[in-house]
Ligand binder design. Structure first.
Ligand code: NAD
Ligand code: UDP
Ligand code: UDP
Length: 343
């Protein structure tokens, strides 16, 4: 009988990925706001696999249940449908505060809501951190540097942001989020970490994300022309999502409290980037130029000296390897999308 049971058990499909076992002293209860989004869901995977208890709070504005569905029902996992503009009373040891739309078309859709999420939402999370004595990591952005006049950007640079332009709701929202964070340090001695995240890409980006990586890959896969906004001479530096997630965890576990840039310093013009993606995907797409967008930062590249020194972190995944994985992901997404629309 024993033998039969073992055989049967091995036939049951495995429900959850293998997670480490941590005893109660090492196991932390961790809140990830925006945990159903692109970056958040990869972070959730890392924290879950390391054996922690994870609570996700997300209003599903740009995130999807599908991104974390492989954890639903697991005893260490909880998914809350919650808008962080409203207070949240729970008990946690750490907070990764990622809730905020990140792609320009998404954050511009409702600028007032973007501001509320980054200001009132951040106050709520700082209030929670203060009450339960949790360490809080704020997901800030390279957009705090605006259209930079200093290149590459180090954390010492104060930035060049148009406070009334179309990107202001996000850029200024994140700048206030940083100001709030250090005000809670001054007034309430909250334990904080601030990550200034540079352009990140990878699987689980939304099909309608609207950022350059997803746009170019989807256009190339469908044989549509790749749309460059403006001259294409503007630059960006792209990091693969697993590098970012490693950096976020390293920052949280460090005792470094000032802002830290997390990004890949390999810089490309958008024109070069279009060519790289076209070559990688193949097909008949051409590259076309359309109107430039307002206030588009003309160059961006992180100085990561601080992250190297204090976190012993630097990106590991090169662009070709990361893009190949992302192209595979979008191929699958397109297949699912087509089979769904054919029904
Ligand atoms: P995303 O849009 O995929 O994820 C954001 C998540 O936050 C989504 O799940 C969304 O539903 C949720 N959310 C938005 N408003 C909310 C609210 N009011 N209450 C609760 N949940 C809410 O974006 P992402 O790329 O995963 O970005 C995550 C974080 O990293 C953001 O704070 C973003 O500003 C920051 N960031 C990302 C990048 C990047 O290139 N991906 C660059 C710089 C900074
Ligand atoms: N807050 C929360 N969860 C908590 C504690 C506070 O969401 O566990 C919110 C609360 O709604 C408040 C905000 O965080 O508006 C700031 O809290 P703080 O204690 O700093 O301010 P106060 O409550 O004194 O206005
Ligand atoms: N961009 C582009 N074509 C697109 C989408 C974006 O040329 O289809 C450009 C955009 O103008 C910007 C760069 O690519 O110069 C990066 O844009 P994205 O929206 O990805 O991120 P962000 O501007 O926030 O860095």
């Amino acid at each position: 009988l024993e033998q039969k049971v073992t055989v049967l058990e091995s036939q049951i499909p495995k429900k959850y990925p293998d997670v480490k076992f941590l005893n109660y002293k090492r196991k932390k209860k961790i809140l990830v706001t925006g945990g159903a989004g692109f970056v958040g869901s990869h972070l959730v995977d890392k924290l879950m696999l390391n054996g922690h208890e994870v609570v996700v709070a997300d209003n599903f504005f740009t995130g999807r249940k599908q991104n974390v569905e492989h954890w639903i029902g697991h005893q260490n996992f909880e998914l809350l449908h919650h808008d962080i503009v409203n207070p949240l009373y729970i008990e946690v040891d750490q907070i990764y505060h990622l809730a905020s739309p990140a792609s320009p078309p998404h954050y511009m859709e409702n600028p007032v809501k973007t501001l509320k999420t980054n200001t009132i939402g951040t106050i709520n999370m700082l209030g929670l951190a203060k009450r339960v004595n949790a360490t809080i990591l704020i997901a800030s952005t390279s957009e705090v540097y605006g259209d930079p006049e200093v290149h590459p950007q180090s954390e010492m640079y104060w930035g060049h942001v148009n406070p009334i332009g179309p990107r202001a709701c996000y850029d200024e929202g994140k700048r206030v989020a940083e100001t709030l964070t250090y005000s809670y340090v001054k007034m309430e001695h909250v334990q904080v970490r601030v990550a200034r995240i540079f352009n990140t890409y990878g699987p689980r980006m939304h099909m309608n994300d609207g950022r350059v990586v997803s746009n170019f890959i989807l256009q190339a896969l469908q044989g549509i022309d790749l749309t460059i906004y403006g001259s294409g001479g503007q630059t960006r530096s792209f990091q693969y999502v697993s590098d970012l997630v490693d950096g976020l965890a390293a920052l949280m576990e460090s005792n470094y409290t000032l802002p830290v840039n997390l990004g890949n310093p390999t810089e490309h013009t958008i024109e070069e980037f279009a060519t790289i993606i076209k070559q990688l995907v193949g097909g008949n797409s051409k590259i076309m130029h359309v109107a430039a967008v307002e206030d588009d930062p003309q160059k961006r590249k992180p100085d990561i000296t601080r992250a190297k020194q204090y976190l012993n972190w630097e990106p590991k995944v090169n662009l070709t390897k990361g893009l190949k994985k992302t192209v595979e992901y979008f191929k699958q997404e397109l297949k699912l999308f087509k089979s769904d629309t054919n029904k």
